[in-house]
Design a protein around this ligand. Structure first.
Ligand SMILES: C[S@@+](CC[C@H](N)C(=O)[O-])C[C@H]1O[C@@H](n2cnc3c(N)ncnc32)[C@H](O)[C@@H]1O
Ligand code: SF4
Length: 376
């Protein structure tokens, strides 16, 4: 008998249009299918019910653009979900009206993640975003007015044509809103996207500058009192947080290697050492669930050492010590000493013989490169 899973991801794939840089599983428009999709999601939830705890720790509704889903369908989806301590919904600014913000609050959403990306019209248009800077601010205040006291903003840096001063302005604008949480991602050139085709060479040229951008993001946000708790994630802390832990509990569970169930097209689940990925095809997903059966999925049994390696790679993204005994056999102890001498990590042994490690500030800026050195 496996332990009941306490983390649930729900994929709501619909978007009003497709941004050139995005390779998430998305479906443009299709308003006629939103109700059918929510029915299928709820049917999939019923089929998964036995693997879930009766009360969950976290639910994350991601996309796509969950807030582009027709409001009545979104309300039904939220009503059909199990109770959870943290319920996050991703939103695109142009979709957030006062009515929608109230609907989300009424239906038990506790945390909003708003995709700002930038506050500069020129850069937003390079990203092919529909929302302008005023839409971002307006959406933020609609959410505040509806009572949301835990709002995260997503920013992207490394946008072609972005200068260091543009990044500074984006950070200033984001901080001026006073969000509880910020996610700052380096723009990734996803293979096969329109964007990579159009801007790939420029992105390659600016790769070195991006290290400096990352450092600027970390310096500015930590100086403003945010905790750099994960490579790309920051939250308010101390008095400004009102004694709350404002990390994304859902994503922390993922970085700690906890089991989670994912529902919807393209959604991934990891339960008891097995990873499943639902079909990304909308028609196949709807048809199988309407017939009362599980959607088509790829299934991968994760080897023990693969799981341990993932645990190290994800765990070292966090600012809290990683217990070395959790990674027995996959960490190269000679490399540990070498990286410690280089000032990239701290390796500590307690009196009880337990050992832990944590990356230093510099080690975290280098991130994946340090972790790759560590793994055998
Ligand atoms: C899948 S999106 C969904 C949220 C929402 N639809 C939006 O666009 O704001 C979640 C976040 O992933 C980030 N993202 C998407 N594609 C990216 C890329 N190619 N490189 C870096 N970040 C990306 C964006 O910051 C975005 O807010
Ligand atoms: S970035 Fe967001 S809005 Fe744009 S296509 Fe991807 S999921 Fe949709």
């Amino acid at each position: 008998m496996t332990a009941a899973v306490r983390h649930l991801y729900i994929h709501l794939p619909f978007c009003s249009s497709r941004c050139g840089y995005c390779d998430f599983v998305t479906v443009v428009g299709r308003r006629g299918e939103h109700d059918r999709y929510v029915d299928a999601l709820l049917a999939e939830l019923e089929l998964e019910r036995d693997s879930l705890a009766p009360r969950l720790e976290t639910i994350f509704l991601g996309g796509g653009t969950p807030t582009f889903t027709k409001p009545a369908a979104l309300r039904r989806a939220l009503r059909g979900l199990p109770l959870a301590d943290e319920v996050t919904v991703e939103a695109n600014p142009e979709t957030v009206t006062p009515e929608l913000a109230r609907l989300l609050m009424e239906e038990g959403v506790t945390r909003m993640s708003l995709g700002a990306q930038s506050f500069q019209p020129r850069l937003l248009s390079v990203l092919e975003r529909h929302a302008g800077p005023n839409d971002v601010r307006r959406a933020f205040y609609h959410l505040r007015d509806a009572g949301f006291d835990n709002i995260s903003l997503d920013l992207i840096y490394g946008i072609p044509g972005q200068r260091p001063s543009d990044l500074e302005t984006d950070i200033d604008e984001a901080l001026a809103l006073g969000p509880e949480h910020l996610s700052c991602y380096e723009l990734e050139a996803k293979p096969g996207t329109r964007f990579t085709h159009a801007h790939g060479e420029e992105l390659d040229r600016q790769a070195e500058a991006l290290e400096d951008y990352f450092e600027r993001v970390v310096d500015r946000l930590t100086a403003a009192g945010y905790r750099w708790y994960e490579t790309a994630n920051f939250c308010r802390t101390g008095e400004a947080a009102g004694a709350r832990d404002l990390r994304s509990r859902h994503n922390v569970a993922y970085w700690l290697g906890r089991d989670y169930v994912g529902l919807g097209i393209g959604a991934v689940s990891t339960v008891a050492g097995r990873r499943r990925r639902n079909t990304p095809r909308l028609a196949a997903y709807l048809e199988t669930l309407e017939a009362g059966t599980m959607p088509p999925r790829e299934i991968e049994d994760l080897a023990a050492d693969t799981r341990l390696r993932e645990k190290v790679m994800l765990g070292l993204r966090l600012d809290e010590p990683f217990q070395l005994e959790e990674a027995d056999g996959v960490v190269d102890r000679t490399a540990l000493g070498r990286l410690e001498d280089l000032g990239l990590l701290i390796w500590r042994a307690g009196e009880d013989g337990e050992e832990d490690l944590v990356l230093t500030h510099r080690g975290r800026l280098l991130g994946g490169g340090v972790t790759a050195e560590l793994l055998v």
